[in-house]
Every structure is written in C-alpha cells, then in structure tokens.
Design a protein around this ligand. Structure first.
Ligand SMILES: *Cc1c(COP(=O)(O)O)cnc(C)c1O
Length: 371
C-alpha cells in the first residue's frame, strides 16, 4: 500500500507526460521556455486570478510574495504556529518576526478570531495557511485585514484546487502561493510553485524579484532571487493538469468515504479519536486525510506492522522548534501543541480503492482500541 501513489498516476498519464517532456527536450529552452507562459496562463484561468507567476518552489513563492510586499527587518507577519516550517521561515529569513497565532481544533487552520488582538503598528501582513487542503475562514481574515489596511498572503501549498464559498484557493487574498512539490495535490517531478495576484503592480514586482530583481536584462531595479521554475517542471504540471479535475473528484469521494467509515468505527464514534473536519462553505482537495488519535506512536507502530503507511503533519508546532522558540513566548498556542501531539495522516491519493480504505480504518480502529 502506498501513502501517495505517484507511480499509478504516471502510468495513467504516461503518453501525454512523455510527449510533454519530449517537447521540451526537442526545443531545448530549459529556462523560461514556452511551457512556462503556457502553464501560467492555464493556472490563472483555472483559479480566475489575473496574474500567475511560476517560481522555483512553494517556499520561494512565499518569500517572493513577502519581499514584494516590502516585508523587512523589524516588521511582523501574523501566521499560525501549526504549519510546515516554511511559512514562518520566510518571515524570519527577511529579518521580520513571525507572530504565531493558535489554530481551530477541528480544521487545524488559523483561528481568525485571535488575529485582531496581535495586530500592532509593526504588522505588515497576515499569512493564513490552507492546511490539509482546506482554506481558513478567508472572509473573516480579510475583514480584519481590511480594517487595518493589511495585505493577506494565503499559503495555499496544500490547497490548490480547493474552494471557499465557491471561489478558488489562491484567489481569496492579496497574494496566493502554492507548491508543486511532488506529494502536493498538483505536483511536478521536482520543485516548483506559483504566486497568484489580481494586483498588476504586485505581479510586476514578483516577476522582477523572481529573476534577480531585473526589470530588463542586466538592469537590476531591486534586490531579487534566482526563483524561476524550470521549463521541464512546468511541462510536467501541464501534463498533470489535464487529469486534475478528475483527481480532485476522486480525492473528495475518498475523503468523504473516509469520514463515513471513521464515523461508524467504535474508536471514533466513542470519541476516543476524531477526524479533522471540512467546513460546509468549503471544499477540500484532501492533500491529507488527518485524524487525531491518542498514543500516536503506538498506533503508528501497529499500523506500520500491518503494512499501512502513515505520516505526521506536523509533529512539532513552530514555536517549539529549536530555531523558532523565541517567537512563541507568552502566546497561548495550546491547540497547536495538542494537534502536533495527536495528528496522524492516512494514505490518500486518487487511486485508493474502497477495500484498502476499509482495511485502513479497521486496522486504525483496532490499533486505537488496543493501546
Ligand atoms: C509544502 C509546503 C510549503 C513549501 O512548499 P515547497 O514547494 O516544498 O517549498 C509551504 N507551506 C506549506 C503549508 C506546505 O505544505
């Protein structure tokens, strides 16, 4: 059993994937070849956002976005403590302070009600994360942001294709950032990412920062980075984009099936363990199917012995990471801490069949009840 099955996916799309890759080898424009623009146009149209800029990774998308907003030493950026390290990392890298906020116990997303209290004159941006494939409460976040004239950057690394009140993730804020890391819902075969914005000026600044801050060749108007996504990776995402709508359908079907199976399993119906939930005004792309379990290490050991792969996203909140300890001082981040100690992600990919799902939930139930 696979945790994420990229081999079956490749077998399904082999002919168009191979054709796409061969086309790049034939024209040889490995940097900024025609597939780069083609992908940016396709992704802009998919999300309904005016501008899409592909970049070298999801982390780089976040970094370039904050640079474009002018985030600098001494500034503050509000972000959840329960996330992948990259979200807080890019803030710290710019010399700014990640102001860590706690999350909702049922979604793992930033608790919008807690944002207002941590806004100071130094706040430069709010950066919610769309964890496990579902966006945070973006309208509530947007409302606080507007009251204080702050931009919002969505870390949509896990949620490309998800919707919030009918609108697409990456089209819900000042800037949206996604990742094409191979295991994300829309992945390439290496590193890649994209930035989305409806703001013409910000789009231009992001484009310049992506290529060493140049407005034209060898003319550097600002400090930038080497942040381009290469042509081959863009071609790979283009090949995967053809089947992406079908894959999202499967992910949702499988995610809902998981919730049904979990609801009727004794470990969950008795409340000893709980699944993360999807809010009714949103659709998740189920980057992960994650549950909260007690005695997680023992449960993992039992599942591993039964041949069921699992993962933990994430075992330690940002404020307890050695390099980030100064940032959480004095904040109540107890939900982040609880989730970090209990979350467990189950196998999730479009090719998971019902028999496999039934076995996973059965073994999970047995493991929880026996530890
Ligand atoms: C994967 C991920 C990133 C980083 O993306 P990369 O492409 O690996 O740099 C950032 N934030 C979150 C929430 C992620 O899941």
């Amino acid at each position: 059993m696979q945790f994420i099955d990229l081999k079956t996916q490749y077998a399904e799309i082999k002919s168009s994937m191979d054709r796409r890759i061969q086309a790049v080898l034939d024209h040889g424009q490995y940097i900024m070849g025609p597939e780069v623009q083609e992908l940016e146009t396709a992704l802009a149209s998919y999300t309904g956002v005016k501008h899409c800029m592909t970049v070298s990774s999801g982390t780089e998308a976040l970094l370039i976005s904050l640079m474009a907003l002018g985030v600098k030493a001494g500034d503050e950026v509000i972000t959840p403590s329960f996330t992948f390290v990259a979200t807080a990392e890019v803030v710290a890298l710019l010399g700014a302070t990640p102001v860590l906020v706690d999350v909702e116990p049922d979604t793992g997303n930033i608790n919008a009600d807690l944002i207002k209290a941590v806004i100071t004159p130094k706040t430069r941006a709010i950066m919610p994360v769309s964890l496990y494939g579902q966006t945070a409460d973006m309208d509530a976040i947007q409302a606080v942001a507007e009251q204080h004239g702050l931009p919002v950057v969505e870390d949509a690394a896990q949620s490309f294709g998800a919707t919030y009140q009918g609108r697409k993730s990456c089209n819900l804020s000042t800037l949206g950032c996604t990742s094409f890391f191979p295991s994300k819902p829309l992945g390439c075969y290496g590193d890649g990412g994209a930035i989305f914005t409806n703001d013409d000026a910000l789009a231009q600044v992001c484009r310049e920062i992506r290529v060493h801050g140049q407005s034209k060749r060898y003319h550097h108007t600002r400090i930038g980075v080497g942040g381009r996504m290469d042509t081959l990776q863009c071609a790979i995402v283009l090949a995967k984009l053809e089947g992406f709508a079908w894959e999202i359908e499967q992910r949702i079907r499988i995610g809902v099936r998981y919730l049904e199976l979990l609801a009727t399993s004794p470990a969950f119906s008795s409340g000893q363990a709980t699944p993360m939930t999807v809010r009714p005004d949103r659709s998740s792309v189920w980057a992960q199917c994650t549950v909260q379990v007690p005695a997680r290490d023992k449960v993992i050991a039992k599942l591993t012995a039964a041949g069921i792969p699992t993962a933990v996203h994430y075992p330690c909140p940002i404020h307890q990471q050695p390099a980030y300890r100064p940032y959480g001082v004095g904040a109540d981040l107890s939900i982040s801490e609880k989730l970090a100690s209990q979350v467990l992600s189950l196998p999730m990919h479009p090719y998971l069949d019902e028999k496999q799902q039934a076995r996973i939930v059965e073994r999970l139930n047995d493991a929880i009840l026996s530890v």
